[in-house]
Design a protein. Sequence first.
Length: 233
Amino acid sequence: MHNKIIIYSFSEISQKIAKTLQDKNYRVTIVEEDEKKYNEAKHLGYDVKKLSLMDDDNIIEVGLNLPNIKAFFCLDDDKNTNLFITLSVRNINKDIKIISVSATKEDNKTLLLAGANKTINPYEIGALRIFRTLHKPLISNILDDILFTKSDIQIAEITIEKGSIFDGVYLDDLKIIDKKNIIILGITDMEISDKFVFFSTGINHKIDEGDTLVLLGHEDDLKEFKAMMSHII
């Protein structure tokens, strides 16, 4: 029972994370009050409860007051809804692990003060879909670390400046990535298109001014690597 996870709202982010968690054998329950989203989640085979968690009685009804829940994800598209529900769930259950979605540093602080144990952003969620293809020794359970702990593993976006020491270098030539224990998730290569391309496709992109690399790693490693990339020659 301790691998049970409850997710509030079947948003776009929720769909990605629910699929990933099910692939890791977590028992996922979706809570959704919107009829269309409820039916969509049901159609995809999820255990779904049609409720609003804006009511404390419903929070108790879905079992968020019980000690056997691995975690509660508050993933609504509306930040005010996430804040209110995070506050309510924390008030009812002092020990449950709460993960809330947030896109800004200001919202992060507010949600943590409201009782969230962890905040995640859309880039982290998008990155989960390719973890199964990664074989670098960052950590063996990187998904669990990002979602369930206060680890310093982060997602970073770095835009290449004109004259950077990495301007004109190919991705496969970035051997320093391995030494720094950093994973390249992908790149927006402006010579091809403005669409994000996952590194796992195996395409050896030429890095140019204006391109954006998306990296995964420990906070200190990412800061050091970013300083290196911004060095102008």
